[in-house]
Design a protein around this ligand. Structure first.
Ligand SMILES: NC(=O)c1ccc[n+]([C@@H]2O[C@H](COP(=O)([O-])OP(=O)(O)OC[C@H]3O[C@@H](n4cnc5c(N)ncnc54)[C@H](O)[C@@H]3O)[C@@H](O)[C@H]2O)c1
Length: 234
């Protein structure tokens, strides 16, 4: 989904620092350049705080101040039950989602504060809203991201920086294919009130909207494109 978000933001005028742990950053950067925008590929593990923060600063050095941060990197819960979650599973989940989101945000806030402008979009999940019978470590890490969203919205509002979260429903990606069979995916899709799963582009539209000037007065909110799968008071 990160690539989908990056391409839509580029189509809407953004130059993009493409950060991921995988080589795909180069391909995504090439796709952004094809759309006429600048791209800076950054192959970094978000768990490595020093590499993460210096990489972001390097990107900002090339493009100028960062206006938008999308905290998207994530690892799936692998449908594990409580007694199947190892210490390594637990720590990895919190390191990628919670530590990664926190320290990436810490790297961009000073510049946004100085310029009195910023859009931070965190990626949560419907599991943080409604729970899941499996993957409690994943849901808890995503709930932490919702907590960041609300706290930072209050902390950064005086600087005109908005902070919101997008909480996708089930989207067929590498993550969900890794822990569900084709049959399980097809069966689950039949239960979607709006008739199909949300797709990466449905999530990107919400991300791009929250990253735009149209949402100057929206902060601390969780927007959940989820095909009606989860409807709760957030
Ligand atoms: N697919 C879904 O149904 C779903 C639902 C709700 C939320 N989400 C969230 O959406 C986001 C995108 O997920 P996706 O479905 O596109 O999965 P994905 O596995 O296709 O993408 C996740 C990306 O994060 C990167 N990543 C993982 N660990 C990293 C690390 N340590 N450092 C840097 N990059 C790292 C991966 O390389 C990958 O490119 C995640 O935060 C995920 O938790 C997904």
């Amino acid at each position: 989904m990160g690539r989908s978000h990056a391409l839509l933001l580029a189509e809407r005028g953004a130059d993009v620092i493409v950060l991921d742990i995988i080589d795909g950053v180069d391909e995504t950067a090439a796709m952004i350049r094809e759309r006429g925008r600048r791209a800076h590929p950054l192959k970094v593990d978000v768990r490595d705080v020093s590499a993460l923060q210096s990489g972001i600063k390097e990107g900002a050095g090339e493009f100028g101040p960062i206006d938008i941060l999308v905290n998207n990197a994530g690892v799936g819960g692998r449908r594990l039950l409580i007694d199947e979650i190892s210490v390594e599973d637990f720590d990895r989940m919190f390191e990628v989602h919670v530590r990664g989101t926190f320290f990436a945000t810490q790297a961009v806030v000073p510049g946004m504060t100085e310029r009195k402008y910023g859009r931070i979009v965190n990626i949560s999940s419907i599991y943080a809203m409604g729970g899941s019978p499996r993957a409690s470590h994943y849901a808890a890490a995503k709930a932490a991201i919702s907590g960041f969203t609300k706290c930072w919205a209050r902390e950064l509002a005086p600087h005109r920086i908005t902070v919101n979260a997008v909480a996708p429903g089930f989207v067929v990606t590498g993550m969900t294919r890794g822990s569900n069979t084709d049959e399980q995916i097809a069966e689950r899709e039949k239960g979607m009130p709006l008739g199909r799963f949300t797709r990466p582009e449905d999530i990107s539209y919400a991300v791009a909207w929250l990253a735009s000037d149209e949402t100057e007065m929206i902060t601390g909110q969780v927007v959940s494109p989820n095909a009606g799968e989860t409807i709760v008071g957030i």
